[in-house]
Design a protein around this ligand. Structure first.
Ligand code: ATP
Length: 423
C-alpha cells in the first residue's frame, strides 16, 4: 500500500521511518518532509496546510492511507476533505481536532466530561479579562484560544505580566485571530508528563508515558520551545498507573465525543501536570507530540500500519499494541539562538557515524538536503534518539551519539533524562 505522511518535523521523520518498516507498505511520500524524510520515502513539495494540494496528490497517486503529523491540517479538516474522495486519514475530524485547535473548546469539553483540569474562565473582552485577573491575583495562566505554535501560553507570576499577555493577545493581536478569545486559568504546580493513546471511537490502546522538556535551558530554565528532548517511560507515571489514568483522562473524552456523534480517531495526547492532588490535564493534543513521538516509536514493537488501519477501520481491539521494555530517549540538537532568531544553512556532519552506535537513530527535523550535503534549515535540527536497558543506559548512548554530530552553533541540553534518573 501507499502512504502519505503530512508534515516536516522530527515527528514526521520518525513516522515515515516506522511506516516504512511495515511489510504492507510499498511506497511512502512525505509532504513536504525534510532532509531526513527523503531517506525514508519521497518528499513532495506540498505544505501541510494546503488541503486541496494534499487531497489532489493523494487522489492522483492512489494513496491508501494519509497520516497527519501536525495539528494544523487536522484542525483545517483534512480528514473530511480526504473522506470525500474515499481516502482514509489517520487523525480526527475537525470537530474533535478542536480539542487542540481551541483551548476554550478543550476546557469546556474537559469540564463536561468531568476530567480534572485547572479552574478557568473564557473571555472575549479585554476589560473583563483584566478585571478577572486583577481580582484573582498571580500566579495565573493566560492562554490564547487558537493555535499559536506553542507560544500562546503565558504562566504569569505577577498581575502586570498577566495583563501584558492579555494586551498582547486581545488588543495588539500578536497571534491574530488566535488571541481574540482567551482562557484564563489557575496556575498549577507540579511535574509534567505526556500520556498518549491510539484511539478509535471509544476504544483505545495506550502508549507508555513520556516526558518532554519544553524549556530551552538546563534545569528547565529560559523560554519555552517546541521541546528540547523527551524520554519514555516517565517515572512519574509508571505502568501500574496507566489504566486508572486512562479512565480519568482518555476514556471520558472519547465517550463524550462519541456521544456527540463526533467519534475520535487517531492519537489523543493528554498533557498532564502532577499536582499534590493527582494528575490534572493542561492540554489535549490530537496527534503525536514532537519530540515524544521519536522515543515512543523507537519502543513500538507492533507494525504501526496495522494499528493505524485498525483505528481508521474501527476495529482497534483486534490489534495488540506491543512495546519494547527498554527506555528510549531523544536529545534535540537545535540551532544556536533558538527559540529566538537563529542561522540556517550550516552543514551537519556525523549522522552516519552516530547511527553506527547500537540502538541509535538520528531523526531529522529542521534540515534540508542540497548538493549532496545535509544542512540546517530550522530551529530544532536533529532528534538524537537511543534505546537502552534503562534510562541511564539510553541517556549515555544518546549523548555518545550527540558527541559524534556537529554543525556550527549547535545547542543542546545536557540534562535530558536527569529528572527521571533522580526518581
Ligand atoms: P504546546 O503547543 O507546546 O504543546 P500549548 O501552546 O498547546 O503548548 P499548553 O500545553 O496548554 O500550551 O501549555 C504550555 C505549557 O504551559 C505547559 O506545558 C505548562 O508548562 C504550562 N502551563 C499550561 N497551563 C498551566 C497551568 N494551568 N499551570 C501551570 N503551568 C501551565
Amino acid at each position: 500500500m501507499k502512504v502519505l505522511v503530512v508534515g516536516s518535523g522530527g515527528r514526521e521523520h520518525a513516522l515515515a521511518w516506522r511506516l516504512g518498516q511495515s511489510p504492507k507498505v510499498s511506497e511512502i511520500f512525505i509532504a513536504p518532509g525534510n532532509g531526513g524524510t527523503r531517506l525514508e520515502g519521497i518528499n513532495v513539495p506540498i505544505k501541510d496546510d494546503d488541503l486541496p494540494g494534499l487531497v489532489n496528490f493523494a487522489k492522483e497517486n492512489k494513496i491508501d492511507l494519509v497520516v497527519a503529523g501536525p495539528e494544523l491540517p487536522l484542525v483545517l479538516g483534512i480528514k473530511e476533505a480526504l473522506s470525500k474522495e474515499g481516502i482514509p486519514c489517520f487523525g480526527p475530524g475537525a470537530y474533535a481536532a478542536n480539542l487542540e485547535g481551541s483551548k476554550a473548546f478543550s476546557k469546556m469539553v474537559m469540564r463536561d466530561a468531568g476530567v480534572p483540569t485547572a479552574p478557568f474562565k473564557v473571555f472575549d473582552e479585554f476589560d473583563q479579562a483584566k478585571a478577572f485577573v486583577e481580582n484573582k491575583g498571580a500566579p495565573i495562566v493566560v492562554k490564547a484560544d487558537g493555535l499559536a505554535a506553542g507560544k500562546g501560553v503565558v504562566v504569569a507570576s505577577t498581575v502586570e505580566e498577566a495583563i501584558e499577555a492579555l494586551d498582547d493577545m486581545m488588543v495588539k493581536r500578536e497571534f491574530g485571530t488566535a488571541g481574540e478569545r482567551v482562557v484564563v486559568e489557575e496556575a498549577l504546580k507540579g511535574e509534567e508528563a505526556s500520556f498518549l493513546a491510539f484511539c478509535a471511537g471509544e476504544d483505545y490502546a495506550l502508549l507508555p508515558s513520556a516526558q518532554d522538556h519544553k524549556a530551552v535551558g538546563e534545569g528547565d530554565t529560559g523560554p519555552n520551545t517546541g521541546g528540547m528532548g523527551a524520554y519514555s517511560p516517565a517515572p512519574i507515571l509508571p505502568r501500574e498507573k496507566y489504566e486508572e489514568t486512562a479512565e480519568l483522562v482518555i476514556k471520558p473524552i472519547l465517550k463524550l465525543l462519541a456521544d456527540r456523534g463526533e467519534p475520535f480517531t487517531g492519537i489523543l495526547y493528554a498533557g498532564l501536570m502532577y499536582t499534590d492532588d493527582g494528575p490534572s490535564v493542561l492540554e489535549y493534543n490530537v496527534r503525536f507530540g514532537d519530540p515524544e513521538c521519536q522515543p515512543l516509536l523507537m519502543r513500538l514493537d507492533t507494525d504501526i500500519v496495522e494499528i493505524m488501519l485498525a483505528c481508521v477501520e474501527n476495529r482497534l481491539p483486534e490489534v495488540e499494541v506491543k512495546l519494547k521494555d527498554e527506555t528510549a530517549i531523544c536529545v534535540v540538537m537545535a540551532a544556536g539562538g533558538y527559540p529566538a532568531s537563529y542561522g540556517k544553512g550550516k552543514e551537519i556532519c556525523g549522522i552516519e557515524e552516530a547511527e553506527k552506535l547500537e540502538g541509535v537513530k538520528v531523526f531529522q527535523a529542521g534540515t534540508k538536503y542540497t548538493d549532496g550535503k545535509t544542512l540546517t534549515n530550522g530551529g530544532r535540527v536533529l532528534g538524537v534518539t537511543a534505546l537502552g536497558a534503562d534510562l541511564g543506559a539510553a541517556q549515555k548512548r544518546a549523548y555518545e551519539a550527540v558527541e559524534k554530530l556537529s554543525f556550527e552553533d549547535a545547542y543542546f541540553r545536557r540534562d535530558i533524562g536527569d529528572k527521571g534518573l533522580k526518581k
